[in-house]
Design a binder for this molecule. Structure first.
Ligand SMILES: [Zn+2]
Length: 215
């Protein structure tokens, strides 16, 4: 995710410190550790949709680690990543939002109108970011599968790590995802995995992927 590469952000008028408390952000730490798992368990290239799937997996398991530690079930979890790491303007101005780095359930709403911009994540495939920057949006388009996962977990109910997390882990690590896996291919992989592991949840999973426009 490269959380650590921009401790300060220069604007036209000032250099503003924007990140703090990384060691306290267990979801950010979990995000980075998951990259190690993904790197060894799959061949996903770090560009375009497979790169965004790589980022997505890190967001999912980073969030699940935090939810498990805090004892949050899927319904009560905030689904934010990095709630403590952006220093909010004090006071917040009208139109500014500063809740965290990302929001899995509501991509694109974690921060708005801060010195360095607004949360750029789309929440549906129709709004897929195609700009070449950021390896074709690996940190941006991850919002689309992020929302699908969160919706699936909430629809199942209970703790997200009990069923949804296990389906995702199995799909990501044991299914031989191709190096250039698309969102659509990952959808199919998660459906096959859910069919085998938790077949009663398949309708909720189909609904979640449909909701973000990944067919
Ligand atoms: Zn990452």
């Amino acid at each position: 995710m490269r959380f650590g590469t921009a401790l300060k952000w220069s604007t036209a008028t000032a250099t503003v410190k924007i990140f703090t408390k990384f060691p306290e952000a267990v979801d950010v730490i979990g995000h980075e550790m998951t990259h190690g798992v993904t790197q060894n368990a799959s061949a996903l290239i770090y560009q375009g949709e497979p790169g965004a799937l790589n980022e997505h997996l890190s967001d999912v398991f980073g969030s699940l680690i935090k939810q498990r530690l805090k004892g949050q079930d899927a319904a009560s979890a905030s689904w934010l990543i990095g709630e403590s790491v952006i220093i909010a303007p004090d006071p917040l101005q009208a139109g500014q939002v500063c809740r965290g780095v990302r929001d899995l359930l509501h991509p694109g709403t974690a921060y708005v109108n801060l010195a360095f911009g607004s949360d750029p994540q789309p929440d549906c495939y129709a709004n897929l970011n195609k700009d070449p920057a950021d390896n074709f949006g690996v940190h941006i388009n991850s919002g689309i599968p992020n929302r699908a996962f969160a919706m699936y977990a909430i629809a199942i109910g209970g703790n997200a790590w009990d069923i949804a997390g296990k389906v995702w882990y199995q799909a990501a690590t044991a299914s031989g995802l191709p190096a250039k896996a698309t969102f659509s291919q990952f959808r199919a992989t998660t459906l096959a995995t859910a069919q085998a592991m938790a077949s009663t949840t398949v309708p909720a999973l189909i609904a979640a992927w449909n909701a973000v426009g990944v067919m």
